[in-house]
Design a binder for this molecule. Sequence first.
Ligand SMILES: NC(=O)c1ccc[n+]([C@@H]2O[C@H](COP(=O)([O-])OP(=O)(O)OC[C@H]3O[C@@H](n4cnc5c(N)ncnc54)[C@H](O)[C@@H]3O)[C@@H](O)[C@H]2O)c1
Length: 263
Amino acid sequence: MTAATAPTFEHAIYRSLAGKRVVITGGGSGIGAALVEAFAAQGAQVFFLDIATEPSEALVASLQQAPVAPRFFRCNLMDLDALRATFAEIIAAAGTVDILINNAANDDRHKTEDVSPAYWDERIAVNLRHQFFCAQAVLPGMRAQQAGVVLNFGSISWHLGLPDLTLYMTAKAGIEGMTHGMARDFGREGVRVNAIIPGAIRTPRQTLLWHTPEEEAKILAAQCLPTRVDPHDVAALALFLSSDSAAKCTGREYYVDAGWLGA
Ligand SMILES: NC(=O)c1ccc[n+]([C@@H]2O[C@H](COP(=O)([O-])OP(=O)(O)OC[C@H]3O[C@@H](n4cnc5c(N)ncnc54)[C@H](O)[C@@H]3O)[C@@H](O)[C@H]2O)c1
């Protein structure tokens, strides 16, 4: 068990997830690592993509006792050739992907006046573009088997209008539109597509970079529930939405944010 999962937390078991082939992007740390752990514990066959080799390999090592040990693929999702090659390798090894979780992102801050066209492209590539192309890689297989789940990670940030995050928020707003479009286009073929909207989640990166004690106090004061949201809380929602228990849930956004309704 890694730091991503609190020792006291226990996920529900969804029998419909056992044996499912699950691809998780950005699974090496933060929320992604909690997703890898949670799906592996369900007996799913997990493949995760990340650029961070060290934490990803450590995560794989910590989960060797899982019913099916997860597999790590080093892949920079901004490189579409590498992305396509990685999905081709996974599909060749495992067959159709049953569940895709588009989780990877990067929330670096910036000032509008400093944004160049190249930086614009890079921010959209790291936060939005790969979600579309990962889905494109798995949707034909899902269509053929008349079943599949795609979960796209959005963010509460643009709903609140947070400072110095315009490009990230632009990408995250686009993800909700993309989710609606894919849910419509693939719903008749049994594929469900939803977006998860995390609030302020206590991940190592957030704790290191942005969550000062003052910021923490502000967030807690703005939430209906004055308690921090952890990666395993997000994983709990992802498990439900991926399972057959959510058979009638598609084309929507689901928040996990302790009710962060604003200041
Ligand atoms: N943590 C929060 O408070 C929060 C809030 C709102 C939304 N979200 C969303 O939840 C998701 C997970 O967030 P997190 O906080 O765990 O992020 P994180 O930064 O802690 O982890 C992201 C993972 O993605 C990987 N990654 C980044 N760029 C990549 C690339 N080009 N190719 C491959 N892998 C790459 C990183 O190495 C890392 O392991 C993201 O979509 C994020 O936007 C998080």
